[in-house]
Design a protein around this ligand. Structure first.
Ligand code: ZN
Length: 408
């Protein structure tokens, strides 16, 4: 395995402070979505996975930026399949609260148009911006006008010229992936109407800390782990004020944040900040403690899986990118987990990066009847156990690795 190319930031992504505290070093890791063809085994590149806490604005972030090829290129899943209901409700809420006839809606990182679709159906003018060619092609096919580009000052000026200012700008599950946030913020400053709204969803740091979701850390792709306070400080610099926030269940716990240039009546903000303070999200000590817990959990997981493997065959269920952090960090290889099953035909026949476990269709595990099934997509454990209840009825046992190791 080769060491990949990366650069390291010296300052905080949001506030530019250099008071950065390294609290968790997970060693060298492959890219989470880099599922390998057989001929590429051993050729995957490795990158440092180190997580920092900014002592000035309290942002949790990776500073090592992957420089090799476009990491979104190949594997990024189309969001429509799993998330269409979530985004349908989202569009409904925004339309009722904030939009009027003829409103112009722009989405950053619009993927295949899972949110723009329901807006268009309601009669609004929509425009997507996304750097992933395969996704924008899909969106345009559906009649959802989408530009293949990164969102920033340049693209927003282009949009402004052609379409005018936006009544609403959205960014869902995308702000955590962007290194140059200043460019995005300035782009929004340019494109958003004074009485327009900017709404975004990001995975929430509070859930990560509470539920020990350390498999949300992976190199290159997910650079930032957001809480409310650093977001408020950052957007304020660009005249964009956060006025509301709510939790959503998507991706194991996210937040939907509402902001605008014009001051609006605030709700939930004080309550949320107090909650974060209570959770210790503004203290570096909390993250040091978290890291200790992570290390303990990882060591225990490694030992438990080795012990289980002596008792019978273990297969993994769900080869999500996150599983690769869990498997690599806990040194779980194909000696412990014989193979993994996954519903995605794009992953079947491939091997996990780093530890090279082969991926098969779900039917293989059904015919095979192994003794243990380790649920790698552990945040969906209840759903999976319900769906695969026959496995248990036939004498198999499920293994849930996190937040607490359970065999049931
Ligand atoms: Zn900072």
């Amino acid at each position: 395995m080769l060491k990949g190319r990366f650069t390291t930031r010296r300052t905080c992504r949001l506030c530019n402070s250099s008071m950065l505290h390294l609290f968790l070093n997970m060693g060298l890791m492959p890219l989470a979505g880099d599922f390998l063809k057989k001929k590429d085994i051993g050729k995957e590149k490795l990158y440092p996975l180190r997580i920092f806490f900014c002592e000035n604005c309290f942002l949790v972030q990776l500073l090592d930026i992957v420089k090799d090829s476009n990491i979104f290129k190949d594997y990024r899943y189309f969001s429509s399949v799993s998330l269409s209901r979530h985004f349908g409700d989202y569009a409904q809420e925004i339309s009722t609260k904030f939009l009027k006839k003829g409103s112009f809606v722009v989405e950053i990182g619009s993927n295949d148009g899972v949110l723009l679709g329901p807006f268009k159906k309601r009669g609004y003018r929509v425009l997507g911006v996304d750097p992933a060619k395969n996704a924008t092609k899909e969106a345009n096919k559906k009649g959802l006008k989408t530009i293949t580009d990164y969102f920033g000052i340049k693209s927003s000026k282009r949009i402004l010229e052609e379409y005018g200012q936006a009544d609403a700008i959205f960014a869902n599950n995308v702000l955590a992936h962007i290194d140059n946030m200043e460019d995005v913020a300035k782009g929004i400053e340019i494109l958003l109407k004074d009485d327009g709204i900017f709404v975004f969803e990001v995975h929430y740091l509070g859930n990560l800390i509470k539920d020990l979701q350390y498999d949300f850390f992976y190199p290159g792709e997910h650079l930032t782990y957001y809480s409310l306070y650093p977001l408020m400080l950052f957007w304020k610099k660009y005249g964009i004020k956060i006025f509301d926030i709510k939790k959503t269940k998507i991706h194991s716990g996210s937040i939907r944040v509402y902001a605008s240039k014009k001051s609006r009546k605030k709700s939930n903000i004080e309550k949320f900040l107090n909650e974060e303070k209570k959770l210790g999200l503004y203290k570096k000590n909390t993250f040091d403690k978290f890291a200790t817990q992570v290390f303990k959990n990882k060591s225990l997981l490694e030992k438990n899986i080795k012990d289980l493997a002596k008792k019978g065959k273990i297969v993994g269920y769900g080869a999500a990118g996150r599983a690769n952090t869990l498997l690599n960090y806990s040194n779980i290889t194909d000696r412990a987990i014989t193979y993994i099953v996954d519903e995605s035909s794009q992953r079947q026949g491939r091997f996990t990066p780093g530890n090279h476990i082969e991926i098969f269709p779900v039917s293989k595990f059904k015919n095979d009847n192994p003794k243990f099934c380790m649920i790698l997509a552990w945040s969906y454990a209840d759903e999976i156990m319900k769906k695969e209840k026959e496995f248990k009825e036939n004498g198999g046992k499920f293994v849930v690795p996190l937040p607490k190791f359970v065999v049931k």
